[in-house]
Design a protein around this ligand. Structure first.
Ligand SMILES: *Cc1c(COP(=O)(O)O)cnc(C)c1O
Length: 397
């Protein structure tokens, strides 16, 4: 995941174009902008790189998820099924719309378990939202079959998996709508930014309006535009878009470097019989943003995690004990700690969290360690790292 690793001459050049014109906004000011449309160009770049008809940039990945749901008509009282292993943004974005996040187990893909999804579908269910955590995907075909037969939307949170593919399609473009984040630690960064992608022109038009106060963007007098719908301000700035524009062109190059380093470490680790790897659904290819593996039990995983730290192996995560990515520590969600009143429907809808157990997920997350793959490493460093990791694991068994 390059993001914060790369801010070079290409990024500086794109940002400088914006600084030279002083037009920091993505819409309007046609005469002053000297031909520079960074947000528009980044949208075109995403469409091209991901072979998708429409891309709408927004201010961040969380806004992308809210936008994805809103443009497809998900709102107050609707239930959205999502995994219990993800970043907190996934349920925040659902609750922002007054909808109810229904958290279910993951399987050994580290993403949404289709069987767990089936078990909670009810009359209020409107959408299923797999989250392609740590660079790899859910079994999208199984989820699509479930969605099709229950008339549900399939919304992909692909914030951590840009560049991965499933059955010949880029992650984020398989379902009805896909979401990306370009925050500082994601594979492509804008500093802050996000995108919604879809092949559905109606949803795309909705996204164009919704993310900019309902502006219809017809004509070239912003003040005279009409507002067919109520929207919000989820706009990205030209400065942020400029950074992403420099990076998006190198997506395939980023993925191939990640793949190379991922493979070196994976091969070394696979010499240890006690280590197994996350499964990737048939027809899927990861983005190689992380290498995720399993240890025999929770105790050993904790030992390995601390052995990595004492041996200087950074950017590896044992999510079981993490505050931000796993249900175990989400006490603020379980207790609905909001600053403002939430609707009775949401309160009622979240009651299941008081008692629901996530044993299957505990089984996988407890034993999992996920290591970020960095682009700034050299091949030598990766090999040395792999050797230190093998030693630390062996000593912890
Ligand atoms: C980063 C992330 C988000 C939110 O993106 P931001 O740009 O930080 O708001 C949403 N979902 C997942 C899975 C993420 O990793």
């Amino acid at each position: 995941m390059p993001g914060f690793e790369y801010f070079g001459d290409l990024e500086r050049k794109e940002v400088q174009d914006v600084l030279d014109t002083g037009v920091l906004m993505r819409y309007g000011f046609d005469g002053m902008r000297n031909g520079h449309w960074k947000a528009k160009s980044l949208e075109a770049g995403l469409q091209e790189q991901l072979s998708v008809k429409h891309a709408q940039l927004v201010s961040n990945g969380t806004a992308a998820v809210s936008t994805a749901l809103a443009i497809a008509g998900v709102g107050a009282g609707d239930e959205v099924i999502m995994p219990c292993f993800t970043f907190v943004a996934s349920f925040e974005a659902i609750m922002m719309l007054g909808a109810i996040p229904v958290l279910v187990d993951i399987d050994d893909t580290l993403t949404l378990d289709p069987e767990a999804v089936k078990a909670v579908i009810g009359p209020k269910t409107k959408a299923v939202m797999p989250v392609h955590m740590c660079g790899s995907m859910a079994n999208l075909e199984a989820l699509k079959t479930i969605c099709d037969s229950n008339d549900l939307l399939l919304i992909e949170d692909a914030c951590q998996a840009i560049g991965g593919t499933y059955k010949g399609k880029y992650l984020g473009t398989y379902g009805d709508v896909g979401c990306f984040s370009f925050d500082f630690v994601k594979t492509i960064t804008c500093g802050e930014g996000g995108a919604v992608v879809t092949n559905n022109s109606k949803y795309a038009l909705n996204a164009d309006h919704f993310s900019d106060h309902g502006h219809d963007h017809v004509g070239n007098d912003r003040g005279a535009e009409t507002h067919p719908i109520l929207g919000y301000n989820f706009r990205i700035s030209e400065l942020n878009a400029a950074v992403g524009l420099a990076q998006v062109k190198r997506l395939k190059e980023f993925i191939s470097i990640q793949k190379k380093y991922f493979t070196i470490i994976r091969e070394e680790l696979s010499n240890i019989p006690e280590v197994t790897f996350r499964s990737v659904p048939e027809g899927g290819e990861e983005s190689y943003a992380f290498l995720s593996f399993y240890l025999p039990n929770l105790e050993i995983a904790r030992k390995v995690s601390s052995a990595f730290k004492t041996n200087g192996i950074d950017v590896c995560f044992h999510y079981y004990d993490n505050n931000w990515h796993y249900i175990r520590e989400w006490k603020h969600l379980k207790n609905i700690k909001t600053l403002y009143p939430v609707s009775p429907q949401v309160k009622e809808g979240l009651k299941y969290l008081e008692t629901k157990q996530f044993e299957k997920s505990d089984h996988y997350i407890g034993r999992n360690i996920s290591c970020l793959i960095k682009l700034s490493w050299t091949e030598e460093q990766v090999k040395e790292r792999a050797n230190i990791m093998v030693k630390a694991i062996k000593e912890s068994l």
